[in-house]
Design a protein around this ligand. Sequence first.
Ligand code: PMP
Length: 439
Amino acid sequence: MDIPSNHSNHDALWLPFTANRQFRSTPRMLVSAHGMYYKDDRGHDVLDGCAGLWCVNAGHTRPRIVEAVQKTVATLDFAPAFQMGHPLAFEAADRVARLAPGNLNHVFFCNSGSEAGDSALKIALAYQRLRGEGTRTRLIGRERGYHGVGFGGISVGGISGNRKLYGTMLGGVDHLPHTLDLERNAFSRGQPEHGAELADALERIVTLHDASTIAAVIVEPMAGSTGVLPAPKGYLKRLRDICTKHGILLIFDEVITGFGRLGASFAAEKYGIVPDIMTVAKGITNGTVPMGANIVSDTVFDAFMQGPPEAIDLPHGYTYTAHPIACAAAIATLDTYAEEHLFERAAALTPYFEDAAHSLRGLPNVVDIRNEGLVAGIELAPRDAKTTRAYEIFDRAFHEGVLLRYTGDIVAVSPPLIVEKAEIDRIFETIGRLIRQVA
Ligand code: PMP
């Protein structure tokens, strides 16, 4: 047991999304990090195959980001954001907006992907009301969608495990079908060929409820947490067209797909489809300081700027909105991404990464391999046991010095964008060996 022994009460810490009692018998403890590696409490290096939790896109403890944080904490440790500003907040917003495609020119900061999700839904509802469409209160999510753990996020999200304990969800929510189709699309490389027509489920919802009742649709351009589901070719364009036709706002949750993960600044840029609102977090600060944001279009923003200038235009926000340390980390992070051309690097590495992922095809129980940019999901056949094969692979890999992620029967890989080919080889070689071991 490697949990610090100077803490007599090991029950004090309650870990999220964790089997806490199981964890105490086989703890996985991280004590430091550098570049592509963590160090665990045994002093062993752990190759980070997940960018922490899909967020450390530039690799760990990058000096430029560390220095920006250190400097800021010593000069402006906190600044309120209600009726107040500070230069780093304006600079960070400008930098994020410049990176965003189309007319997504305005940035509302928060502290996490969950807050970004709930904020986006509130902004969408308020926008519809402000433009005189107050009957548009219905929100549309998607099966297997993940938009964080706030009540808004779990309501539009499509994961029953995240919903069932909590009773009443937001009312007036519908879900599009998810896009995973193992029969037609198994072992697709990049976006699957089949399934654009699944977007037409939105037309059916419009027919059922009438467009005048629908405020917004929220989807991840590539569902990450539920097992790496890139949108089928043409699907997002179809969704965009249907939303535009019916005056429905389109929200892209780019918490995972943003900041280079797919080999472009955002999935929206990669696919050439501009949503009305984009939610981001994670890679915005390289995971160093909690931060999330909504990036909204001119049209949405302008609707809030119509009233008297002295009226508060959006009664929403957080104590830590645009926290100076987070803003400093974001600026240093975006500098690092740009200087090292990390998004381009991710794009250039994608074919190699894709080949490495698909080299696992044919191993026992592998029913699908999916990838896009520097993300891959390896889906294993379900089995009748307390833990999934994917969990076992995750646990064994950690003890062998490779950090993976697992969700249900799916092993997910999303390394920092600084990953080298030899490290890609090691990650997939480890997964391949462990897939054989747990078979
Ligand atoms: N949206 C998506 C697509 C995510 O992947 C996540 C986190 N994995 C969230 C929202 C929630 O972010 P956070 O955990 O920072 O609240």
